[in-house]
Design a binder for this molecule. Structure first.
Ligand code: NAD
Length: 290
């Protein structure tokens, strides 16, 4: 059985790491804030002091951190992964970053004799806990095949997207849609409220036809109930809209609606909802239209 090192025990990373452990892999962990690693230490797992120490003892290193800067830091910063990397070790980035950040991380890992797989995920905390995430995977075919059983401990489906960077590109495509759906759902509910329509009746009407989507049902109910306990926070959605717009800008692909969506999430941050679930984007319209 491969020895796995896991970096980033946040809201997503911690349940994903538990699923690797439950599948029987030898797991060691690292987190910038050591307190988050304590439950893993209590369960008998090795807690590394640095990413380098973790990598020195791992056949595969899995990374689930916030953003491109965090990914770069854990890989190439002081006592980063590459300082301890053994030749042939596979580094899997599962964080949502930019295609450029993914390619840069891959280059650094490969320069140090490692292999790299790009594997961001679709799905939030509950699917992470249940091991039912959708894993988007990119990289060399033999590297992907070697880590497929590991990825399957975290996801119900592994979707092969192409080479390194392609899974990250696919993730940005999906999150463009997710951000847009959330923002327009909030606008639709705001209009419905303005009309004096019943919110639950709106969701039922949406569900009855071709617009019916599990996301609208789930997040529509949360919006109506004002239930904003974070699954996927506004702050991370804002980060992802920026990643989408930055990548699209480099390609001269205009995304005017996504730019507006980004600003609605920015407005939610300005109102103090940055740490609340993305459903809190409805509060922008509640505040504006009363
Ligand atoms: P989180 O904020 O709960 O956890 C972030 C983790 O990154 C923490 O373990 C933190 O210690 C670590 N980290 C941040 N900066 C660091 C640095 N400079 N050095 C070392 N470690 C650092 O976030 P999360 O919800 O677990 O999300 C993690 C990633 O997964 C993000 O890229 C996010 O966009 C993506 N994602 C999240 C969800 C979700 O529903 N929350 C869903 C899909 C994808």
């Amino acid at each position: 059985m491969q020895s796995i090192g896991f970096i980033g025990l946040g809201n997503m990373g911690a349940p994903m790491a538990w699923n690797i452990h439950k599948a029987g892999y030898r797991l060691s962990v690292y987190n910038r804030t050591p307190a988050r690693a304590q439950p893993f230490r209590d369960a008998g797992m090795e807690v590394a002091a640095t990413p380098a120490a973790l990598a020195a003892d791992a056949d595969v290193v899995v990374i689930m951190v916030t953003d491109p800067a965090a990914l770069h830091g854990v890989i190439a910063g002081t006592d980063g992964v590459v300082d301890g990397l053994k030749a042939g070790t596979t580094v899997i980035n599962m964080s949502t970053v930019s295609p450029d950040a993914s390619l840069e991380a891959a280059g650094i890992v490969q320069e140090h004799g490692g292999r790299f797989v790009d594997a961001p995920v679709s799905g939030t905390v509950k699917p992470a806990e249940e091991g039912t995430l959708v894993v988007l995977a990119g990289g060399a075919r033999e590297d992907l095949e070697a880590v497929a059983p590991l990825l399957e401990t975290m996801g119900r489906q592994v979707v092969y997207c192409g080479g390194i960077g392609d899974a990250t590109r696919m993730k940005l495509v999906l999150n463009l849609l997710l951000g847009g759906m959330m923002e327009l759902l909030a606008e639709a509910l705001a209009l419905g409220k303005g009309f004096g329509l019943d919110g639950a009746a709106i969701l039922n009407a949406v569900a009855a036809g071709p617009l019916g989507a599990p996301l609208y049902a789930m997040k529509g109910e949360a919006m109506l109930a004002g239930r904003f306990a974070s699954q996927f926070p506004v702050e991370l959605m804002f980060k992802d809209m920026n990643l989408v717009l930055q990548a699209a800008g480099q390609l001269a692909v205009p995304l005017p609606a996504t730019a507006a969506v980004r600003e609605s999430f920015n407005a939610a941050r300005a109102l103090g909802y940055g740490d609340e679930d993305m459903a809190a984007v409805i509060q922008v319209f509640n505040k504006l239209s009363g």
